[in-house]
Design a protein around this ligand. Structure first.
Ligand code: SF4
Ligand code: SF4
Length: 96
């Protein structure tokens, strides 16, 4: 996928299947800290999150301009969620 680190398949760019469901629902297992999700409908491709992520976990997609988050590097600090000017990033529970 463009904008992701070579050899890494953990880039997160899809909405969590947990959204709208309660933790503990049948078939849903929630583990670990929350992870950032970017809503492409709200994102303006300003790249602010790319610049401010302290762990360089966010990179712009070369085609769409909408950032891609590499969860292998994300430390779950929530800075991207708090500072996105379009409120396009939300921290959501990871589901396995
Ligand atoms: S800061 Fe928000 S609006 Fe700007 S690129 Fe990141 S997700 Fe998109
Ligand atoms: S939660 Fe923190 S470490 Fe993870 S992508 Fe956002 S700013 Fe980067």
């Amino acid at each position: 996928m463009p904008g992701t680190r070579a050899g890494d398949s953990s880039a997160h760019h899809v909405r969590s299947p947990l959204r709208g469901r309660s933790p503990g629902s049948a078939g849903v297992v929630v583990t670990g800290p929350t992870i950032p999700y970017i809503d492409p409908e709200k994102c303006s491709s300003c790249q602010m999150c790319v610049l401010l992520c302290p762990d360089q976990a966010i990179s712009p997609d070369e085609e769409s301009g909408i950032p891609v988050i590499d969860l292998a590097y994300c430390k779950h600090c929530e800075l991207c969620e708090h500072f996105c000017p379009k409120d396009a990033i939300t921290m959501e529970a990871e589901v396995i």
